[in-house]
Each structure stands twice: as structure tokens, then as C-alpha cells.
Design a protein around this ligand. Structure first.
Ligand SMILES: [Zn+2]
Ligand SMILES: [Zn+2]
Length: 276
């Protein structure tokens, strides 16, 4: 069935060469990998191109570059979406229970994104940096930034708060590096604010529309604990402010409904977008 829409490919832990060739016409963006299939004794490890460990940083960067190289072979693919790397990430190997901590450094993050951007620019690719979700510790209820101890998080990435995410793009300062807003991820962060501040917090993510070139457009639940999860709900089925959706609709950006709950729900979402 043809809907006249385009789409994004997701790399998972692999490379884009597995994308279906019949999707070539509609494939306009690609999601860079988040995990390395293996590194030393670890399986499926979160890649970290900001790592303070030189070897791991280079291996991670090269994995992203290989993705960009293969993505650039698709004729209509002009954007590669990429998450800012972890600041802190605790891995427990599923087989051996070994634990390792991956730490990232802000200056290394900026330098590596610049290197990646030069590689991408030579291939006609724009990099869009996606704001990261908060992974609230298991058992958290009524999350609050005032009460939580940030050291209790096992996973924390750069570019989760709106201020830091925007600053990364400004500090990288390259013409082909812009931002991808994931509105579901934004909700996981804003959930730690007081109820009366939550709407203002999510609206900060669209405070620099000039930098926003891509959107992972999802709904989520801003006023209850379901919003701690990266719900990727259908538009208008969660409680993100209508004003946020309205701003997103009129951005000069490619808009991706990053979920699929069947054609009936998609029709409702398209009607909702029409109403904005
Ligand atoms: Zn993503
Ligand atoms: Zn996303």
C-alpha cells in the first residue's frame, strides 16, 4: 500500500546494507547505530564516541562512520540521525556478569562530532543530533529532579536536557550538524519537573527552531509515571501539549512518526496533524 510518505531506516546494531532495496525511493534518513555488537569480552555494548578510553572512542567513531558511508549510497538519503554519546554508562555482561563503566567527556564529544561531520559533509549528509531519553532507575515513582540522586543512574547521556542538547549543537558549530527532536524523549526529562513547570520545560526543546531539522514525532504522558518510559505513543493519545505539536508541524524539518500502531491509528494521527 502506498501512502505517499517517506521514511527512516533504523540501523539497530547492524549497518544499513540490510535495508530493503525496494525502500530506496522512500528512504530519506537513517538512524546511526547505538550499540556495538561486541567489544572485547562484552556483547552489545553502548557505543561511546565521547569515551575517555581512546581505543573505545575510536572504535565507536569508526562504527558510526561506516554507517554514514553505507547510508550515503542510498540516493534520497540526506540525513543521518545520531544520539550524543553517554556521559556515564554501566554495562553488565549478560554472560559473565562482568561490569564495566563507560565514561564520556564533553570536549571529546564535541571534537568527535566535528570529525564525523566532516566525513558526512564530504558525502552530502547532514547529521542531526537526537535528544536522549532519561532512563529512570528501576522502582522510581513520581520522579523529581529535586529529590533524585543523579549518581543513582546507571545510564546517562549527553544531550538529555534541552539546554545541554542545544549547547552541543552550538559548540560543534558546523553547517551540516543540526538537531533532531524526539518529543517522547523530551517528556522523559520534563517528567522530573514540578507539574506546573512541565509544559514550559518541553517547550524549551523547540526554542531554537532554526536548529531543528528532523523530528521523531511521538506522544508521551507528561503528567503521570507512564511518561518516565520512552512511550512513543501515537500523536494525540498522550498528554504532550498541543502547542508543542503545533510548533513541530510548522518546523522546516523532516517529520517522522516514529511508531506504527496500524493504519486506522495512522489515519487518526494524520487528521490530528491536519487540525493543527
Ligand atoms: Zn534514536
Ligand atoms: Zn527517536
Amino acid at each position: 500500500m502506498r501512502l505517499g510518505l517517506t521514511t527512516e531506516g533504523s540501523a539497530g546494531i547492524g549497518s544499513v546494507k540490510d535495508y530493503l532495496i525496494e525502500l530506496e525511493d522512500v528512504l530519506i534518513s537513517s538512524h546511526a547505530p547505538l550499540y556495538l555488537p561486541e567489544y572485547k569480552e562484552f556483547t552489545s555494548i553502548r557505543l561511546n564516541y565521547a569515551s575517555t578510553d581512546d581505543d573505545f572512542r575510536i572504535v565507536s567513531k569508526n562504527y558510526v562512520l561506516a554507517h554514514i558511508e553505507s547510508a550515503s549510497k542510498y540516493k534520497n538519503l540526506k540525513q543521518v540521525n545520531m544520539h550524543p554519546s553517554p556521559k556515564y554508562w554501566k554495562h553488565t555482561d549478560k554472560h559473565t556478569d562482568d561490569v564495566s563503566i563507560s565514561e564520556g567527556d564533553y570536549n571529546k564529544l564535541i571534537d568527535t562530532i566535528r570529525e564525523i561531520s566532516s566525513f558526512a559533509e564530504a558525502r552530502g549528509i547532514e547529521i542531526v543530533l537526537e535528544n536522549n531519553a532519561i532512563h529512570w532507575p528501576d522502582g522510581t515513582v513520581n520522579p523529581s529532579w529535586e529529590k533524585v540522586d543523579v549518581n543513582s543512574f546507571d545510564e546517562w547521556s549527553f544531550g538529555s536536557s534541552p539546554e545541554e542538547w542545544i549547547r552541543i549543537c552550538e559548540d560543534v558549530d558546523r553547517v551540516n550538524v543540526k538537531l533532531c527532536l524526539d518529543s517522547s524523549h523530551a517528556c522523559t526529562y520534563a517528567l522530573g519537573m514540578k507539574d506546573e513547570d512541565k509544559e514550559k520545560e518541553v517547550m524549551k526543546y523547540v526554542s531554537r527552531p532554526d536548529l531543528l531539522r528532523h523530528v521523531h514525532w511521538n506522544d508521551n504522558y507528561l503528567y503521570d509515571d507512564r511518561g518516565m518510559n520512552d512511550s512513543h505513543a501515537a500523536l494525540n493519545q498522550g498528554t504532550l501539549p498541543t502547542e508543542l505539536h503545533r510548533v513541530i508541524k510548522y518546523l522546516d524539518a523532516t517529520l517522522l512518526l516514529e511508531h506504527f500502531y496500524g493504519l486506522e491509528t495512522l489515519e487518526e494521527e494524520l487528521q490530528f496533524i491536519d487540525s493543527l
